[in-house]
Each structure stands twice: as structure tokens, then as C-alpha cells.
Design a binder for this molecule. Structure first.
Ligand code: NAD
Ligand code: WQD
Length: 351
């Protein structure tokens, strides 16, 4: 792909989804500017992005340590560079933490995003790809999840995503020149095939795959399986896991659509595979590729968990021309490759 002069601002670009997407943006010919306050990431992750793309493409990447809640941080960037679009990942995402500390979630996710819209409008950059989530479907009665389902939030985190979707729709309705794509991610897992980039959560992971990974490298003793009494094929809950590189490519497809389509309005797309996989199937797939036994501990259901959630992929396939390529085996293979090369994540083990 030939280089373009188009420059994309990526908020939260040092994080899990951000780093993988930045690699694909650079490889697709875009220039990238990251703003991240490193609240849930480390600068080593950006160094690894540079390592993966090589010295030439690295010159097309800038990093600024800054906070989307701080208008001055944003204005400093927008006053220097004309951005063609923004991909907005920056935010907090832990459901449990959002229940314990909702104000923090409203501050970072809501205020941060509203600030961003204000500064984008001031500098006449009105193209936005926003990180939404399967969480906006709540606990849907029908499967697969289709984009026009009624939306519902069941946690403060979920409410921030739901409000931010509504805010996006209101802004675009009032000012039709805005082009906004809302991407509803299902369960992103796996890692870059190089083994140099992956998910590196702080503290004990809440999510299934980072937890399995830490059991496999000996950081945690066993996996708690939350519920084996679901009405599913093996009793464990079913989700739509999507390889992080497929998700990253979904952003490139969405961005191209946004840049090319004057009347896109404010449109939501699911990014999932459409395939449901149970917790036990995921454990078996990880054990197979890693050769590690994952000891299991049966626990009660986790409050708020749905039985089965998976995406309808039709709209993204048809309108974005994007479809996930990888299956569960590749997700586990690449996650294990990352884990065994980086058992303590980006930084070395702290004694
Ligand atoms: P992440 O925590 O790895 O990345 C988020 C990044 O944003 C981090 O690098 C963090 O330091 C940065 N950040 C946080 N607050 C900031 C602020 N005020 N200013 C600037 N930077 C800030 O998370 P992720 O998994 O990469 O998620 C990215 C986005 O996708 C989030 O908005 C999340 O809600 C959404 N999402 C994630 C998932 C998932 O399972 N990973 C699923 C659906 C939606
Ligand atoms: C998957 C399955 C658990 C951990 C979350 C957010 C959602 C979105 C995606 C951001 C469930 C089971 C888990 C463990 C387990 N994120 N599990 N033992 O809950 O589908 O979705 O991430 O927007 O908003 O809620 O993902 O990985 O936490 O759980 O048995 O230690 O694994 O019960 O069935 P979830 P998850």
C-alpha cells in the first residue's frame, strides 16, 4: 500500500487494541499520532510497535503523553497537525471497577470523549471511529446480536458506552457534516503474530484469556470457571472471541469507509466472528497449543454474565467489506506465543 499524507490521531494508542491497530495503520500507509496518559499501559508498548513496523514506518509515528480530559493536551496536538480522522480508544474498561467507582468512569469515558469532540469541532476534524462494545446489548434475548437491537446497559461502564453512542448520534444529527462509526467489539483476544505485542493488564486480570495466559506461565495457580450450569453445549458460558489482528483490520476497513463516504452519518458495526465458543472450549484450545495444563476451579456464576453472546457479522461484511479471518486456534497460538516470550508483559518482573 502506497504511503498517504493522511494523519490519524489515535487516543489510547498505547493500549491493547490501540497498539495492534497502530501497527496496521502504519502498514496501510497512514501517519499516526498517539495520545495516551499511560494510565493502563507502558511506553515500552509503543517502543515495541516501532520494533514491529521497522525504522522507516516508525518515522511516521508520534507519541504524546497526554490526557483526553485535558483540553490543552488535545489543543497542543490539533494546533500543530491537521488530522484527517480520530480513532478513539482512550478510556477505562473494567466492569467491576466501574461498579465500585462510577465517577471515575464518568470522568474518563464521558468527559474525556466530550472534550475530544469539542476540540475536534474547533479544528474542523469531524471524522471519528469510536470504540463501543458488545456491552451495549445488555443481555439480549435473541442471538446473534444485530446492530439494530434495542440497547441496554447493565453496569456503569456499559452506561458510559451507551451514553457515548447516544452522544455521537446527537452530535451527528445536529451537525450532519460529522462522520462517525461506532465499532461494537465482541471479545478481543490473541496477540500480534510476532509475539512482541499483546495484552498486558495491570493487577489480576478480570477477563478470561489474560487469566488463562497467567495460569499457563505460572503467575496464577488455577482458572476460576464462573458457572457450569448454563444451558449451553458443555454448561459453560459462550462468547464471540475475535483475534486482535482481525479487530485491528476492522478499524482500517472502518476508517477507509469513513474517509470515503460523505453520508455515512453515525453508523454502528459489530466486530465479531459470529462464532460462539464456550469457556471450556477456550481452555481446551489453549491447552492444545501451549501443551500446558490449566487447572480449573468451579465457581458460581459471575453476577451480570449472560449465557451466550455472539455477533451478527452481516452488516460489517456487506458495508465495510471486512470479515474475521482467524479462528480460536490461531487466537490461542498467538496469545501463547506472546505469553511465553513475555511472561511478565512489557516490563520485566519486579522483585
Ligand atoms: P487498554 O486499557 O489496553 O487501552 C486504553 C488506553 O487508553 C490505555 O493505554 C490507557 O493508558 C489509555 N487511557 C486511559 N485513560 C486515558 C485518558 N484519560 N487520556 C488518555 N489516554 C487514556 O484497553 P483496550 O482493551 O485497548 O480498549 C480500548 C477501548 O476499547 C476502550 O475504550 C474499551 O472500553 C474498548 N473496548 C475494549 C474491549 C476489550 O475487551 N478489550 C471490548 C470492547 C470495547
Ligand atoms: C468471558 C467468559 C466469564 C474470567 C467483557 C466485558 C465486555 C467487553 C468484553 C469491554 C464469561 C468467563 C472469565 C475468569 C471465567 N469489554 N470467565 N473465569 O464478560 O464476555 O465481556 O469483555 O467492553 O463489556 O464485560 O468477557 O473475558 O470477562 O468473560 O470463567 O476468570 O469467561 O464468566 O463467561 P465478558 P470475559
Amino acid at each position: 500500500m502506497a504511503s498517504s499524507d493522511q494523519t490519524i490521531l489515535v487516543t489510547g494508542g498505547a493500549g491493547f487494541i490501540g497498539t495492534h491497530t497502530v501497527v496496521q495503520l502504519l502498514k496501510s500507509g497512514f501517519k499516526v499520532s498517539i495520545i495516551d496518559n499511560l494510565d493502563n499501559s507502558v511506553i515500552e508498548a509503543v517502543d515495541r510497535v516501532r520494533e514491529v513496523v521497522g525504522p522507516e514506518l516508525s518515522e511516521r509515528l508520534e507519541f504524546t503523553k497526554g490526557d483526553v480530559r485535558n483540553k490543552d493536551d488535545l489543543e497542543n496536538l490539533f494546533s500543530k497537525t491537521k488530522f484527517d480522522a480520530v480513532i478513539h480508544f482512550a478510556g477505562l474498561k473494567a466492569v467491576g471497577e466501574s461498579v465500585a467507582n462510577p465517577r471515575r468512569y464518568f470522568d474518563v469515558n464521558l468527559i474525556g470523549t466530550i472534550n475530544l469532540y469539542e476540540v475536534m469541532a474547533k479544528y474542523n476534524c469531524k471524522k471519528m471511529v469510536f470504540s463501543s462494545s458488545t456491552t451495549v446489548y445488555g443481555q439480549p434475548e435473541k442471538m446473534p446480536c444485530v446492530e439494530d437491537f434495542e440497547l441496554r446497559a447493565i453496569s456503569p461502564y456499559g452506561r458510559t458506552k451507551l451514553f457515548l453512542e447516544e452522544i455521537a448520534r446527537d452530535i451527528q444529527k445536529a451537525e450532519p457534516e460529522w462522520r462517525i462509526i461506532l465499532l461494537r467489539y465482541f471479545n478481543p483476544v490473541g496477540a500480534h503474530e510476532s509475539g512482541k505485542l499483546g495484552e498486558d493488564p495491570k493487577g489480576i486480570p478480570n477477563q478470561l484469556m489474560p487469566y488463562i495466559q497467567q495460569v499457563a506461565v505460572g503467575r496464577l495457580p488455577e482458572l476460576n470457571v464462573y458457572g457450569l450450569d448454563y444451558p449451553t453445549k458443555d454448561g459453560s458460558a459462550v462468547r464471540d472471541y475475535i483475534h486482535i489482528m482481525d479487530l485491528a483490520d476492522g478499524h482500517i476497513a472502518a476508517l477507509r469507509k469513513l474517509l470515503a463516504t460523505e453520508n455515512i452519518g453515525c453508523t454502528a458495526y459489530n466486530l465479531g466472528t459470529g462464532q460462539g465458543t464456550s469457556v471450556l472450549e477456550m481452555v481446551a484450545a489453549f491447552e492444545k497449543v501451549s501443551g500446558k495444563k490449566i487447572p480449573l476451579k468451579l465457581c458460581p456464576r459471575r453476577p451480570g454474565d449472560a449465557t451466550a453472546v455472539y455477533a451478527s457479522t452481516e452488516k460489517a461484511e456487506k458495508e465495510l467489506g471486512w470479515k474475521a479471518k482467524y479462528g480460536v486456534e490461531e487466537m490461542c497460538r498467538d496469545q501463547w506465543n506472546w505469553a511465553r516470550n513475555n511472561p511478565w508483559g512489557y516490563q520485566k518482573k519486579k522483585d
